[in-house]
Design a protein around this ligand. Structure first.
Ligand code: FRU
Length: 326
């Protein structure tokens, strides 16, 4: 049989420093396990667009076969993604977009839909009347832009619900702890805070608790991760009223990359679906994710068992060969 070709995939990741990105990477490695002929190279930009630009230039010099890019900020990363694309290197955009159509495929959530679903949920939760404060993700990143636009769109059906203030966050909790108290003092009428991710939503809750208003202000986030500080746990503990599911999409990104590399048909836009998780469905969600995680552990154990058996088999074969030769 013809030898299977060896591929190099470069992954330019905006940051690695949070559980959501770790879950994304775990999904990628899980899928990569099926492709031993792939060399996977990861460069972590530490939330720094200038560093991400340099890392993308390095990937271009290394001549990778395909790039996966999650852009820290859309504008500064766009020219490099365009350059890769124009040089014939396929580019899979994962979660955070560039501003151009020059890419091979997108994998990730539909952030406009995430914001819109949140807006509709908020409108009915507040029964059509109320004041909302929005905590934005990092300026210049596409999910922050789209979640904001989507929120306003979702709220158009509820003219009695107004976004009275905004806090510029950076996806991380400390930014909210710093800026939110002043915004809440300026807007004591606020009944609900919509934060663009669960980490910032947790920060918003902590600020409300400190100000003694945690019982009267709802907090809603985005991501819905499982695990100890994840959104599912925060909803179950009534710290968040709800979270919007936003899947990291690691498996799907590798699957799409492999279709492209093997010249198989693929979709340009691969949208992962969202849903509201609140007290009515959080237990079901938790049970399902825990079940999946335990099945995943079983698969891992089976793989390890196979590996040891294969090792025993090859050493025995060698032993038989040596005996036969003697
Ligand atoms: C993780 C994260 C998520 C958020 C996503 C947006 O780095 O901040 O919490 O949903 O990135 O790109």
């Amino acid at each position: 049989a013809a030898p299977t070709p060896h591929y190099v995939i470069g992954f330019s990741q905006c940051t690695m420093n949070d559980a959501w990105r770790q879950a994304m990477l775990a999904g990628m490695y899980k899928e990569l396990a099926f492709y031993p002929n792939v060399e996977f190279r990861l460069k972590d930009a530490h939330d720094n667009s200038a560093l991400q630009q340099r890392q993308l230039r390095a990937f271009l010099r290394e001549k990778v076969d395909l790039l996966i890019v999650s852009a820290n900020e859309a504008e500064p990363i766009t020219p490099l993604v365009e350059e890769a694309f124009n040089r014939g290197i396929p580019v899979v955009i994962l979660d955070r977009r560039t501003t151009s159509r020059l890419y091979t495929a997108y994998v990730g959530g539909n952030n406009h839909e995430v914001g819109q679903t949140a807006g509709r949920y908020i409108g009915s939760l507040l029964r059509g009347r109320g004041s909302v404060l929005e905590v934005l993700g990092a300026e210049g990143s596409s999910p922050a832009h789209d979640r904001h636009q989507g929120l306003l769109q979702g709220l158009t059906a509820f003219p009695g619900v107004r976004v009275v203030g905004q806090v510029q966050g950076d996806w991380k909790r400390p930014s909210v702890l710093r800026a939110l108290p002043a915004a809440l003092r300026a807007h004591p009428e606020v009944q609900l805070i919509f934060a663009h991710n669960d980490r910032m939503a947790l920060g918003a809750y902590q600020v409300c608790k400190q100000l003694g208003i945690d019982k009267k202000v709802h907090v809603i986030g985005v991501d819905g991760l499982s695990g100890p500080q994840g959104g599912l746990q925060l909803v179950q503990d009534s710290i968040l009223t709800a979270t919007l599911l936003y899947s990291p999409g690691g498996e799907e990104a590798i699957r799409t990359a492999m279709k492209i590399l093997r010249n198989e048909p693929y979709d340009k836009e691969n949208m992962l679906s969202t849903m509201v998780i609140d007290s009515t469905n959080v237990l079901t969600m938790k049970m399902q994710t825990e079940k999946l995680a335990s099945q995943q552990r079983d698969i891992q154990r089976q793989q390890e068992l196979l590996e040891t058996q294969r090792h025993i088999y090859t050493t025995q074969q060698r032993g038989l060969y040596i005996l036969g030769a003697a």
